[in-house]
Design a protein around this ligand. Structure first.
Ligand code: ADA
Length: 564
């Protein structure tokens, strides 16, 4: 399943799910011709008994049968972490970063059999600045779905829909449709939009070969209902592409959109002009049975569990998530803080130009691909990086400006652990603190929150909403002790209780994300093994198998009380 709704009625799309041939290879080895394994796609190779901790390269192979003369677009939703894609032996794409989608267009494909090869690398090396030994696991494989789309020369790349209210409080929307021409001739293109059986017109345009053009339209939507947490109304926005002189469309794309605004005024966050308080979890896409390659049912289980505990929000720490998960959040009315892929970069790491370039690429892919999800209400960058330095600040600035240029409709934030040394609050719309009172420090959560508000006010965040973006403590599932010693479920429950009691009663806090929803696997070579026993981060409120710990009842108690 690529998405939770039908994205095309005209363009033919198939999912390339199933067993692909697989062969591990060495770094400098040529592409293999013999394949000794079969590997599920989507899947993580760590789930296969011969590759439990394999860090290296492997090649996936799949034969496809193309029905007619056509152009083809391969749509990879996530390959961990570096991919080189070959079509009939010719390289057609190179992509870095496990957690963002990419496509490869192959023009003029003849009918018959063709071979797709994907060389995948999950090793840590100089070129890989976002994936390295870290407090979560970088798996290997084609971890998210793959689609094949049969496209005409001119095709719709994507649609960007921005809802807003006019001065009379009526819903309006800007629609941008991005169209490319992969053919060798100029194309005269007309688009027809359809929304709830009403049509939307666009000015026709000529597109030269290899050119990408944006078609724009603005429209009033007088009869729609707003998307909200309690009533997440969604609508389909369909765009059809006609080549000049043709009566029937040759391509289409359907997006699912919602009408809501996000603002930050008077130190609070508003959805559709109403103040909200975000209550939720940091979540890693990780599960002991599937790694990072979530099937739909396990996504639903996670969302259900979060809702069951009273959460209204999730932070996709520390990378963009699978689009099906975001679709699900749209459907269930879960507010999403989506962030780019970055955790704990020191200044020297940030200053390597490759790091910034990989972050900028990630930001672009995140915003372009996830733009239409009404559930996403915050974009964030660079979790716990060098925002306490002037040099780091310039890199934060460049990334925030880049995001603002792509999307002015959502606030931007970043999670900081620099306390009174933070230098970048002036760049963000929301100030966010990762603080671990009662776990890494012995401070009182309420007093610390007051201090944090003061730091925010003094350091450029005056008048801005404030979020406690991480807090929590270890609790090993099943480790119980009436003395509440560190690491027990009792101690974790106590830490969570004191933190939530403080934050849910502080009027200046607009959101809180517990670290973390579920325990997650971590990379062994981080050097923190003493605090990461079992190579896992054990601060989950549920364990890796989603069994609730004692703290789950505490969360329920606090998250279910309405906060005004
Ligand atoms: C940090 C970090 C998380 C996690 C957490 C912890 O705040 O952002 O990824 O590592 O600490 O468990 O210590």
């Amino acid at each position: 399943m690529l998405r939770l709704f039908q994205t095309n009625k005209i363009r033919k799309v198939e999912e390339l799910e199933g067993d692909w041939d697989f062969q591990p290879i060495k770094q400098s080895e040529e592409l293999p011709s013999d394949f000794n394994y079969r590997m599920p796609v989507p899947g993580c190779w760590e789930m296969q008994p011969d590759f439990l901790t394999y860090r290296g390269q492997g090649v996936f192979r799949r034969e496809i049968d193309v029905p007619t003369n056509t152009s083809v677009r391969l749509n990879f939703k996530g390959i961990s972490h570096t991919a080189d894609v070959y079509f009939d032996g010719k390289r057609v794409a190179h992509h870095y970063n496990a957690y963002t989608p990419f496509t490869a267009v192959i023009p003029n494909v003849k009918p018959g059999k063709h071979i797709i090869l994907v060389r995948v690398d999950n090793s840590f090396h100089e070129e890989s600045k976002l994936h390295f030994a870290n407090d979560y696991y970088t798996y290997g494989g084609i971890i998210r779905p793959v689609g094949i789309e049969y496209i005409s020369d001119a095709f719709i790349e994507r649609i960007q829909f921005t809802p807003y209210k006019n001065s009379n409080g009526e819903w309006q929307g800007n629609i941008d449709v991005i169209v490319s021409n992969t053919g060798s001739q100029n194309e005269e293109i007309e688009l027809k939009g359809i929304f709830e059986e009403e049509s939307i017109s666009f000015e026709s345009k000529r597109i030269k070969p290899n050119e990408t053009v944006i078609f724009s339209a603005a429209k009033n939507f007088p009869d729609v209902k707003a998307w909200s947490h309690l009533d997440p109304q969604l609508y389909f926005l369909e765009v059809q592409l006609y080549k000049s002189g043709q009566e029937s469309p040759s391509d289409d794309l359907i997006e699912r959109v919602g009408f809501r605004t996000v603002t930050t005024l008077n130190g609070k966050i508003q959805i559709n002009d109403e103040d909200i308080v975000l209550k939720g979890f940091n979540r890693h896409e990780d599960h002991p049975m599937v790694g990072a390659a979530f099937p739909y049912q396990l996504m639903v289980q996670d969302v259900d569990l979060m809702i069951h505990m009273g959460a209204n929000s999730v932070r996709t720490s520390h990378y963009p998530n699978d689009e099906r998960f975001l679709d699900l959040c749209d459907e269930r009315g879960i507010f999403v803080w989506e962030e780019n892929h970055a955790r704990g970069f020191l200044l020297s790491h940030m200053q390597d130009p490759k790091t910034q370039q990989q972050c900028l690429a990630c930001n672009k892919e995140m915003v372009f691909n996830h733009f239409n999800h009404p559930s996403i209400i915050i974009w964030a960058i660079l979790n716990e990086c060098a925002s306490n330095t002037l040099e780091g600040k310039e890199l934060y600035r460049e990334q925030i400006e880049q995001i603002k240029e792509m999307d002015q409709s959502r606030p931007v934030s970043f999670a900081s652990h620099h306390r009174e040394h933070e230098l970048c609050f002036d760049l963000a719309d929301i100030v966010s603190f990762n603080l671990y009172p009662l776990w890494y420090t012995n401070e009182d959560p309420g007093e610390l929150a007051e201090k944090a508000r003061q730091w925010a006010d003094e350091l450029g965040g005056l008048g801005k909403p404030m979020i406690m973006s991480e807090f929590g403590g270890d609790g090993y599932y099943g480790l119980r002790d009436p003395n509440n010693v560190r690491g027990t479920e009792e101690r974790q429950a106590e830490i969570i209780e004191k933190n939530l009691a403080a934050y849910t009663s502080s009027p200046f806090i607009s959101g809180m994300y517990i670290w973390q929803f579920c325990d997650c696997r971590v990379v062994e070579d981080t050097g923190w093994l003493l605090s990461r026993a079992g190579t896992q981060n054990s601060k989950g409120i549920v364990d890796r198998y989603r069994r609730p710990k004692l703290a789950a009842e505490v969360v329920k108690k606090y998250f279910k009380i309405p906060i005004t």
